[in-house]
Design a protein around this ligand. Structure first.
Ligand code: ZN
Length: 202
């Protein structure tokens, strides 16, 4: 269950003077408050939802909406309202979401850069994610020896329908009796053809 809703915060208070109250008809002053409404998710302000005003006659204490007031009072109030800006913290939830998305994008990009680097310079212990025997399945092969221009790998005895390698990438799962060799060029080609889709290096 997600808790969300609407809240408001006071942005500005003030006073407008020399106005005639539509209710008591006195020449008096009025006190106003401007509130910023905002949506929250779990009490984290997410985005602003406009403003609300309250205007009170200091003589008869009647409160008014802006539209109930005369043009001259409206104009005075609108001048006061100009610098009542929506506070930036009303957007904190959006900023937080943007940061999380940017963070995920950054990590994904970093991961891609690392994978390309690992393909270029294979190392002992590198684990390649490769296609399984059926579509939707993956398995792995692990480098157990590196020579000048080729690598030697053992295949995993297991396949997984999970896109994560960690479930099957266990030392005891590798068939260490059958060793296969690939040239570095072949490894690069397999990566280019997406037969190798990821590389894990410890
Ligand atoms: Zn009044």
């Amino acid at each position: 269950m997600v808790f969300y809703g609407k809240r408001s915060s006071r942005i500005k208070d003030g006073r407008i003077s020399n106005v005639t109250c539509p209710s008591c008809e006195e020449n008096t002053s009025m006190t106003y408050s401007i509130f910023g409404k905002y949506a929250h998710i779990y009490w984290i302000p997410t985005f602003p939802m406009g403003k609300e005003n309250s205007i009170e006659c200091n003589n008869c204490k009647q409160t008014f909406k802006v539209k109930e007031l005369s043009e001259s009072i409206k104009n005075k109030f609108n001048l006061e309202k100009q610098d009542a800006k929506t506070p930036l913290w009303n957007f904190s939830g959006l900023a937080l979401i943007a940061c999380v998305i940017l963070g995920i994008m950054y990590l994904a990009k970093q991961d891609k850069i690392n994978t390309a680097k690992y393909i270029e310079t294979p190392q002992f212990g590198d684990v390649y994610k490769i296609k399984g025997s059926e579509s939707g399945f993956i398995t792995t092969m692990k480098i157990i020896e590196v020579s000048k221009d080729s690598v030697f790998v053992s295949y995993n005895n297991y396949e997984s329908d999970d896109y994560s390698m960690s479930k099957i990438d266990k030392a005891e799962n590798y068939n260490t009796t059958d060793i296969y060799g690939f040239s570095n060029k072949e490894i690069k080609e397999m990566f280019a053809k997406k037969e190798i889709s990821d590389v894990k290096r410890k």
